[in-house]
Design a protein around this ligand. Sequence first.
Ligand code: PFF
Length: 520
Amino acid sequence: MAKKRDSWGSRLGIIMAVAGSAIGLGNFLRFPAKAVSNGGGAFMIPYFISFLLLGIPLMWVEWTLGRYGGGFEHGTAPGIFHSLWQKNRFIKYFGVIGIFGPLVIFIYYIYIESWTLAYSFFSLTGRYSGLNDLAGMKSFLLGFQGLEKNQYFSGMQAAYLFFLIAFILNVIVIYYGIKGGIERLCKLAMPLLFIFGIILMFRVFTLGTPDSLKPDWNVLNGFGFLWNADFSALKSAKIWLEAAGQIFFTLSVGIGVILTYASYLSKGDDVVLSGLTAASTNGFAEVILGASIIIPAAFVFFGPFDMKSIANSGVFNLGFVTMPLVINKLPLSALMGFCWFFLLFLAGITSSVSLAQPAVAFLEDEFDISRKKAAAIFGIIAFVLCQPAIFFLGRGVVDELDFWGGTFFLVVFATIEVILFAWVFGMERAWDEIHKGADMRVPKIYKFIIKYITPLFLFFILGMWFKQEWLPIILMKNVSCADRPFVLSTRLGLLIIFSVLVILVKIAWQKRKVLKEKGR
Ligand code: PFF
């Protein structure tokens, strides 16, 4: 048989790594933008319900399935699904989503992560310190992204340079493997991230009412925007879809990443308490840290109306335009700016390495390629795939990748996974499997939730999606005519990547069959 699979060095290590994957740009950029554009207090109720009925159950399902698959030397969904349902010849192909999805997210995620590294550097060197209005800061961002030639940037050399640095750092971490790379990185980065987060949170707490002419624009009202519950919005399907989508994205569940991480556990390792700890740590980073920085800061300086229109104008504007402006108004702005952007970078890199790992594990486990070689192959292919997101950023490519990789396939994959677990593997067996080596019992109610509520909730989301958005999305109704060729090419590219993965799975299984027959 092949070489020994990699493994985690300690329990704290895997919890930090899963929390590291979960805590990312989603917590500090995507969450505030979604919460603000969906009405603040209105968003939080569906958000918490989704956390309890989708997030937590899927976390346990993925940890359990990952550990189970690891026992058969499979670290990715094709092999794990096949181990669960050996009689079915097709189920392994559904597992392709568990490699495809993370790869697609990786392609654009790493580019955004590289901006945070660039802005950390710009903060320290005072590159944006003289800018004091929205228009100026926006031009700075557009110039940096290569979407505009202006007095700040004449091309995208800086953006590309920082992309290269971030990319190489990621490949190095993956090259050193689970224990030597990912675990080591997360054990260092996570505590640092929390220190930066807490510093920023306290800074925001003490902002008071900066403009005495606008007494309503104070920190308390900033928090009230998010925490004053608004029950009237529960009737809006869109808010439910967005809240559930955010739960998937932020917890890194429903896409295959946690399956892979958990496949490096041993049979007797606990998954119940560890999974819950990772999910709660992410929750803390999102609703305590993530929610206490951008939203109140933007509120006190820009007021509720402008804050909403900034959030609606693009996910990145709150983080890369509003925050630097707020920071420029504070003492020690270079240091504060560094705190903010480097926090984002740490959050980003601990997530992007997790997005890379399924593809690397697939090469290692199913093709018997060494880790170092697999990391190199991944590096070359991913590097090429990243280019359209960089050069056609303004053409809707990133939105398209985010829709398929970061939204749609998450729900599809989660549905397949939970049905396989509760209905094919069987809830009784599944319940035993979850509790192997467990340090605590899962509350009994979750047996019912995992079997009925989570799948129904997922069907509801898919149904709503088909009803409301299917046609406009397929027909690119919200894409300008000029951008359509780019969006269409992105779709074609995604189809090709998916097909190649399907073929690779077929080849891997044929090879295994031949080996088995020879062995007889
Ligand atoms: N959870 C990460 C974030 O909040 O930024 C993003 C992410 C990582 C999504 C890994 C999905 C994933 F598999």
